[in-house]
Design a protein around this ligand. Structure first.
Ligand SMILES: Cc1ncc(COP(=O)(O)O)c(C=O)c1O
Length: 401
């Protein structure tokens, strides 16, 4: 037997994996499962982006590129940050990695020393605490309150900051909560951060384009002049351009950190796939990119409103109205301690498992996001599927006694 490294043990086994494995098995067996688990747009990548990749392949863009990418892509990202976010990053201030996930991981590896604390508001995206642990850091959760739309307050942030606090993760709009801070709420958090110049902010802005009810998105690093030196801004093509499988993510930040990340990447992956790079630049530079995002956003907004209305109408279920991303995160804890056809419901995992088993609806339990009272439903699916799934959930809840 090959002995494994200690670090593998640091990473928690995902408790939600068993539920998604079961959903896959049921579908394979021909069961009509309504899937609300998807963390990706159900739209295809816009044709002009695919064409740019095809052209690159035909032109022989199949060899190594510079680390982290070709100059055109760095320039396109720097221009995007300046034009759309008001962030005056130059090409030397940006780097590229294999999706938002890889970018976040490289950044934690670049800034954390053993024992450094990373402040993570909950509910949080599942990978933050695991990546922090792998990089030698210690996740410190700041609990978001459903009554406050899952948003943390400046007082909570101030109280959480201690001598070992190195990084604060801000994810707005958020997965899985669907909440998004208003510019004023974010500014109030920024006012706390500027009083702690040793704190670095990782602003995960990958859902920036998917905001609803007229909410205005602002980049964290623009909220006070000194924040440009204190913040790393994360983004990717996955959600905005429906490019999850392409694995394109990027970071903007102060040059010394970007150089450090490039140094790590040069010994790890070198760069992302060569022919994805010109296509990623085209997505940012071509006006058709913005048009396709807006048409997708409008559909998500309609679906999100509809799913939220239907969830809110369910007996004893509460649901924060999503302001961004494509998730509803309802509270189903009223049903804990009760039985669903003989199965005792104790938390979000048992709830999700019974719902899948008995009513063939797949949802993601919130346990891995720090909320074992909530389940996540993605509205990156059709209106028909949303109605069909919600009808089934309503029937399922009626049977719980
Ligand atoms: C909040 C958040 N950050 C980062 C990522 C990672 O994105 P990518 O698919 O580009 O790696 C995700 C993916 O679901 C996410 O929800």
């Amino acid at each position: 037997m090959i002995p494994l490294a200690q670090r593998v043990k640091l990473v928690a086994d995902s408790i939600t994996l068993a539920v998604s494995a079961k959903a896959t098995a049921l579908k394979k067996a021909g069961v009509d499962v309504v899937g609300f688990g998807a963390g990706e747009p159900d739209f295809d990548t816009p044709a002009f982006i695919k064409d740019a990749a095809k052209t690159a392949l035909d032109k022989g863009v199949t060899k190594y590129t510079p680390t982290p990418c070709i100059p055109e892509l760095k320039q396109a990202i720097a221009d995007k940050f300046t034009r759309e976010n008001g962030l005056p990053y130059k090409p030397e201030n940006v780097t590229v990695g294999a999706g938002g996930k890889h970018c976040l991981y490289m950044a934690f590896m670049a800034v954390l020393d053993p024992g450094d604390e990373v402040l993570i508001p909950s509910p949080y995206w599942v990978s933050y605490p695991e990546q922090v642990k792998l990089a030698g850091g210690v996740p410190k959760i700041i609990p978001g309150d459903e009554k406050n739309g899952f948003k943390i307050t400046p007082q909570q942030l101030e109280a959480a900051i201690g001598p070992r606090s190195k990084v604060l993760v801000i994810n707005s709009p958020s997965n899985p909560g669907g909440h998004a801070y208003t510019p004023a709420e974010l500014k109030a958090l920024a006012d706390v951060v500027v009083r702690h110049p040793n704190l670095t902010v990782f602003s995960d802005e990958i859902y920036e384009k998917l905001v609803y009810d007229g909410l205005r998105f602002v980049s964290f690093a623009t909220l006070a002049p000194q924040l440009i030196d204190q913040t790393l801004t994360f983004n990717c093509h996955s959600k905005s351009f429906a490019m999850t499988g392409w694995r394109v993510g990027y970071i903007g930040g102060p040059k010394p950190v970007i150089d450090a990340i490039n140094k790590l990447q040069s010994q790890m992956t070198s760069h992302i796939t060569s022919f994805c790079q010109p296509a990623a630049a085209a997505a940012l530079n071509d006006p058709r990119g913005a048009e396709s995002i807006e048409s997708m956003r409008q559909q998500f907004e309609k679906r999100g409103r509809h799913m939220h209305q239907r969830l809110s109408a369910l007996q004893s279920v509460t649901c924060v109205k999503p302001q961004g991303a494509f998730y509803c995160f309802p509270n189903v804890s009223h049903y804990f301690g009760k039985n669903a056809s003989g199965v005792k419901l104790t938390d979000a995992v048992t709830f999700a498992a019974a719902l899948l088993e008995q009513s063939h609806v797949a949802v993601v339990p919130g346990n891995d996001s720090g909320f074992d009272t909530h389940v996540r439903l993605s509205f990156a699916t059709s209106m028909e599927q949303i109605d069909k799934g919600l009808d089934r959930i309503a029937d399922f809840l009626k049977k719980i006694g």
